[in-house]
Design a protein around this ligand. Structure first.
Ligand SMILES: Cc1ncc(C[n+]2csc(CCOP(=O)(O)OP(=O)(O)O)c2C)c(N)n1
Length: 316
């Protein structure tokens, strides 16, 4: 198991806490009506963003899905532009035309997220081909959910990426549900078997097993930078909130109480906190980090809300 030193542990925690804080403020304020776009929160799924942020290189590219906030922020996407986008402001990262699901920040290699399940996957493969043609040792993060692995284009993309040995890091955040439908009713066999059928490298990890995740992530990046072709990285994770929106929808009963309790007890922020204290990181240091993040996020959010408040809707 890869040893993670205490500085790295704190950095991973800070990145995860940052994404959680951003999404929490969105959830807390969504009902005010200033954010009107459909918004898919990834509260509970901060582990992958924490890793991506830790290893971020602006020359690596990324494409993502409807649940893209964490990926955008992890790639270093601008927080003010992000909040402005959610508020539909012209100053947003997609000029206010995209909303939560359509984020771009080319400066940091975040080429885009879209709402059509799986449709950024082949775009990512095309970007990887262009990197390869340019002789670059950068790669493309292709973020997707387990639901997207049911689309034919995912398999066409795996095939093409393998055939041309393209630098694609497919990261599948498996939260076990496609809206309300559990994976057991959607998949006949393991993803691993399907990926192996293409002769592509594959690793699986649980969200909370972050030491193993960290080590595998390092290996995957090295593999890609050395020009060895595509890599599939599946992470078992959990979204705490409803599929789309700021609320909980546990009353619908599509996820058993035991399932929800199990994931509640494995919340990644709690696990990091416990381990940081065990490693001897002082509570005061952690609190200082938290406060700085909260302050930064709150300021950026309030700025966007104030700007949105000044815009009087056109009565026509
Ligand atoms: C091509 C297409 N089919 C269906 C939908 C409706 N839809 C939106 S999100 C979603 C579930 C996707 O599940 P997954 O890929 O696992 O991502 P998650 O929402 O769990 O993050 C579906 C079916 C869509 N947007 N696009």
């Amino acid at each position: 198991m890869k040893k993670i030193d205490s500085d790295t542990l704190l950095t991973l925690y800070e990145s995860a806490f940052y994404v959680r804080t951003v999404e929490q403020i969105i959830a807390d304020n969504y009902s005010k009506g200033l954010i009107r776009c459909p918004t898919h929160l990834s509260i509970g799924q901060e582990m992958v963003p924490a890793l991506v942020s830790h290893f971020n290189n602006n020359n690596d590219l990324a494409v993502s899905t409807h649940r893209a906030h964490g990926h955008y922020l992890a790639k270093g996407g601008s927080l003010p532009l992000f909040f402005d986008e959610l508020h539909g402001l012209k100053s947003g990262c997609s000029a206010g035309n995209g909303g939560s699901m359509h984020l771009n920040d080319k400066k940091v290699g975040f080429i885009g997220s879209t709402a059509i399940v799986a449709n950024t996957i082949p775009v990512g493969v095309g970007l990887a081909q262009s990197l390869k043609i340019d002789g670059s040792n950068n790669f493309v993060y292709i973020f997707l959910g387990d639901g997207a692995t049911e689309e034919g284009v995912f398999y066409e993309s795996l095939h093409y990426a393998k055939l041309y040995s393209l630098p694609c890091l497919f990261i599948i955040e498996n939260n076990e549900f496609s809206v309300y439908t559990p994976i057991q009713l959607r998949h006949s066999n393991e993803l691993k078997d399907k990926v192996n059928g293409f002769g592509i490298q594959y690793v699986f990890n649980d969200n909370h097993n972050y030491r193993s995740l960290y080590g595998d992530f390092l290996k995957a990046i090295e593999y890609l930078r050395n020009g060895n072709g595509p890599f599939v990285f599946e992470v078992m994770t959990h979204r705490h909130r409803e599929h789309c929106g700021p609320n909980y929808d546990d009353e619908l009963g599509y996820r058993e109480k035991e399932f929800l309790d199990k994931w509640e007890s494995m919340d990644i922020l709690d696990i990091f906190m416990k381990d940081m204290l065990l490693e001897g990181i002082k509570q005061v240091k952690i609190s200082n980090s938290q406060n700085k993040i909260i302050e930064r996020v709150t300021k950026a959010f309030e700025d966007s809300q104030n700007l949105a408040n000044q815009i009087i809707p056109d009565p026509t």
